[in-house]
Design a protein around this ligand. Structure first.
Ligand code: IPE
Ligand code: IPE
Ligand code: MG
Length: 264
């Protein structure tokens, strides 16, 4: 669907969403997909049922981001800390991540979505990793939405990793300490080459960042919703995008500097 058609169809359900056509949408949205376990528990189901249902939300968010012409969507699928969950849940999550990406691959390619992976992938079991790598490889030529999947990811791990690599270059003599800058540091993160997120959304009702993109969200707009991830739908996402378009991003400046009133 084109952007205009997408906004028109959202507007049929919630008329105020038609205003999305006037606002400046984010280039990059990041999401902390939380609340699968509680969604399942509320229904008397095993936690895994929530993770399975959560895959449908991933599909909806990818589709809407792509249809609205958003350039980057970064999803927190599994944190470094999540390795401490019960073994059976970790196994199910890893299996599901691999399975979902394999099943979605034809549609992702059809929709021109490029997959990129971020995280300590050495820890990911071979079955899931080979499916993820295949998706990354086969979508390499895609030029639409870039979908960044963070698996076995933690921001402190990523920052320490970047520091280690920079130190290695200094030790080798290919980099001088005085040449380390914010830009060269960012170029050593797993999001190298990707603009910082403009908007970070966390579902599930908790108000924390949980070790996600600490460097990259320095100036992101934050939105926390109580909706559990499997219940997160396109209309709510579009509503958050609309709210984003109405926020004033000042980046340290004053309001007047951003839109000076005409001289009288
Ligand atoms: C998010 O849902 C999925 C992952 C962290 C992998 P949770 O599994 O954390 O669900 P809650 O927070 O227990 O409801
Ligand atoms: C954050 O969710 C990680 C992911 C969404 C993958 P958690 O449910 O693991 O977060 P905490 O531990 O409750 O902060
Ligand atoms: Mg959680």
């Amino acid at each position: 669907m084109t952007k205009a058609e997408t906004i028109e169809s959202l507007g049929r359900i919630r008329p105020e969403l038609l205003s999305l056509a006037e606002g400046k949408l984010p280039r990059h949205v990041a999401m902390i997909m939380d609340g699968n376990g509680r969604w399942a528990k509320l229904r008397g189901l095993p936690r895994s049922a929530g993770h399975y249902e959560g895959v449908k939300s991933v599909r909806r968010m990818t589709e809407l981001s792509s249809d609205l012409g958003i350039e980057y969507l970064t999803l927190y699928a599994f944190s470094t800390e999540n390795w401490h969950r019960p073994v059976e849940e970790v196994e199910i999550l890893m299996h599901l991540i691999g399975l979902a990406i394999e099943q979605e691959l034809p549609d992702l390619i059809r929709n021109n979505v490029k997959i990129r992976l971020a995280g300590d992938l050495d820890r990911v079991p071979e079955e899931a990793l080979s499916r993820l790598r295949k998706a990354e490889h086969e979508t390499d030529v895609c030029t639409g939405l870039t979908l960044i999947i963070c698996i076995s990811y933690s921001s402190r791990w990523e920052i320490a990793e970047a520091a280690r690599r920079l130190a290695g270059e200094v030790a080798k003599g290919s980099l001088r300490p005085e040449d380390i800058s914010e830009e060269s540091f960012a170029a050593h993160l797993s999001t190298a080459g990707i603009p910082d997120p403009d908007l970070l959304i966390r579902t599930g009702g908790d108000y924390r960042i949980s070790n996600f993109l600490l460097w990259q969200i320095a100036y992101a707009e934050l939105k926390f919703t109580d909706t559990l991830w499997p219940d997160f739908d396109k209309e709510e996402y579009a509503g958050i995008l609309l709210e984003y378009t109405r926020r004033e991003r000042r980046f340290g400046k004053t309001s007047e500097q951003l839109s000076p009133s005409p001289e009288i």
